[in-house]
Design a protein around this ligand. Structure first.
Ligand code: ADP
Ligand code: MG
Length: 573
């Protein structure tokens, strides 16, 4: 009900919406807006069944740009509760009010705009009252709804009260800073610095918004907002495309946070498939899926170590402080950046007017310019120069911001994995001859699998023959994995192959096998690296896509800025 009323206010062009709730909505739901208002003679019509001012013809239904279009909400609400609709048009000097009982509108006091007052929900249908859950639960749903609606309406002010107490105030965002503050209000203050900004147009669509860094993933899928032409929807095509885009950079069971806005020609999407209009049907689902997947995959590929937002905040306290304005590198580094823009942004008018705000409020830049800006002032590369190795695990380096810590195994694993994927996609993974063929004792299933999957193994850079009932002979292995423990590598790959069984599954799990291989080919803990080797690792990280996190989504690097160190030592206080 709150959703319908708020959407009506938005359809009426409101810039300010106040929602007052009592007893979780059971006693009062009141929505007041400063939108266009309703003329006195139209008030009875607004309450009539199937009466809408938003669609005049069947053709209009194909091009719906308003949130409402069925003309059912007010009629149904008025039939189950004590109801009053009060409104004043902007060009009128009097306001008018009407109840549900069918009497003529009476003059009333009201500023330009509309108020809908719903009291004693379900008083006529007591049986349904018991379906209302506890007051706090119901109010929680309302608060969630206001947040979700507000995300798509950055220019509109939202106020929410419960039992007379202000609970949420979302100010209109006129510039980038205000927009980020509002995003932080909804997602948590860390989110702006822990997310990538998306803005990409193509294939007749535009996708904009924010996606959380893989290293800032969540245990629940509770912060996933996807809008189609300003309308919040849940859609399987969308969920699948997002999950696939994150597959390579996220732990199993972790969920990304995102707010994404898809603009698409209204005729390419059917919004009339669900009573709450929370589901849509894309006319060309495959096209939408591929556009989403490609855009997000590309954006996430840019999560290179040393570029963009830091993957981890060392002190949670500082994470809550906004970056000091205009403080050069620091503020730049903690700002989310545009993952994509480039392509001609052929943007149509949008009901949410969202893209327009993004387009004007933010400086245009691509990830590449961010990267070069960061290094422009001096010749220190993003991850700096190596200083030492710590505990046989970490590489310490100094860059323009201060200290950089790198988990050398995690970083190298990602580099090797990306190399393997690239090689497979280009001219295949090159194999290297073992001077002495290696005979391995394996299970009978694994030995048989060598014969069954000879082609797959070849594509992965292996030449392995069956030696006997329970043995195999390794003749060649992938050259990229030079120095790997070949026996361990082959055992793990065979185990993967056996586990993933038939070849269709194998296609889908190719990357998992490559990831297993990458682990074997990567520097182990306690391996001593020389400074030139450490620097080579840092340079490779900078050049490798997705190198900001390991194959499982853990961060590969952490920045400890000098300012943080100063704080630790209480300097400059
Ligand atoms: P719908 O939104 O599908 O048109 P509703 O039952 O929600 O149907 O509303 C019926 C009509 O009442 C709308 O078409 C609109 O003309 C008018 N109306 C409802 N709420 C408002 C409002 N807050 N401001 C202006 N007009 C409104
Ligand atoms: Mg409506």
């Amino acid at each position: 009900m709150v959703k319908e009323l708020v959407e009506n206010a938005l359809d009426a062009g409101a810039t300010r919406i106040e929602v007052d709730i009592e007893d979780g909505g059971a006693r009062l739901i009141q929505v007041r807006d400063d939108g266009g208002g309703i003329a006195a003679e139209d008030l009875p019509l607004a309450l009539a069944q199937h009466a809408t001012s938003k669609i005049a013809s069947l053709d209009d239904l194909e091009h719906v740009r308003t949130l409402g279009f069925r003309g059912e909400a007010l009629a149904s609400i008025a039939s189950i509760a004590r109801f009053a609709l009060t409104s004043r048009r902007h060009d009128e000097s009097t306001a008018w009010t009407i109840g549900a009982t069918g009497e003529a509108p009476r003059p009333a006091q009201h500023p330009p705009g509309t108020t809908v007052e719903v009291r004693d929900l379900f008083y006529k249908v007591p049986a349904r009252r018991k379906f209302l859950r506890a007051e706090r639960t119901e109010f929680g749903h309302i608060d969630e709804l206001i947040k979700a609606v507000a995300l798509a309406q950055p220019r509109v002010e939202f106020r929410l009260t419960h039992n007379g107490k202000p609970v949420r105030l979302l100010r209109p965002a006129a510039d980038d800073a205000a927009l980020m503050a509002r995003i932080g209000e909804i997602f948590g203050t860390d989110f702006p610095a822990q997310s990538l900004r998306i803005d990409h147009a193509g294939a007749g669509m535009r996708l904009s918004g924010w996606v959380g860094l893989p290293t800032a993933s969540r245990a629940q899928a509770d912060q996933q907002y996807f809008y189609v032409n300003g309308r919040l929807v849940r859609d399987r095509v969308v969920t699948h495309a997002v999950r696939q885009a994150y597959a390579d950079v996220l732990f199993h069971g972790r969920h990304p946070a995102y707010a994404l806005f898809l603009e698409i020609a209204p005729e390419a999407v059917d919004v009339n498939v669900h009573p709450a209009k929370s589901e849509v049907r894309f006319r060309e689902g495959r096209l939408v899926h591929d556009f989403l997947y490609r855009t997000l995959n590309e954006a996430l590929a840019q999560t290179r170590a040393g570029v963009g937002p830091h993957p981890v905040h060392l002190s949670s306290q500082s994470a809550h402080l906004p970056p000091p304005a205009g403080e050069g590198k620091d503020s730049l580094a903690s700002q989310p950046w545009r993952a994509q823009s480039g392509l001609g942004l052929a943007v149509r008018e949008s009901p949410a007017d969202y893209a327009a705000l993004l387009g004007t409020a933010l400086p245009r830049s691509t990830s590449n310019t961010v990267a070069s800006d960061e290094t422009a002032s001096n010749d220190v590369p993003p991850l700096g120069f190596a200083l030492a190795q710590l505990a046989g695990i970490y590489v310490l380096a100094e860059n323009a911001n201060g200290l950089v810590l790198v988990d050398m195994h995690a970083a190298h694993e990602r580099i090797t994995y990306e190399k393997l994927k690239n090689a497979r996609a280009c001219d295949g993974i090159r194999s290297q001859l073992l001077l002495v063929p290696l005979s391995l004792a394996v299970s009978e299933r694994e030995a048989a699998c060598v014969e069954d999957h000879a082609q797959h193994l070849e594509a992965l850079g292996f030449d392995i023959a069956r030696g006997g009932q329970q043995s195999v002979i390794v003749k060649r292995y992938p050259g990229i994995l030079e120095g790997a423990d070949v026996a361990g590598l082959v055992r793990d790959v065979l185990a993967d192959l056996v586990a993933h069984g038939n070849s269709r599954r194998l296609e889908e799990t190719q990357n998992e096998i490559l990831s297993t291989m990458a682990c074997h080919g990567s520097i182990r803990a306690n391996r001593r690296l020389t400074l030139p080797e450490m620097n080579a690792l840092l340079r490779e990280m900078e050049a490798t896509e997705r190198s900001g996190q390991c194959n499982h989504g853990r961060p590969t690097w952490v920045q400890l800025p000098v300012a943080e160190l100063d704080k630790m030592f209480l300097r400059g206080r």
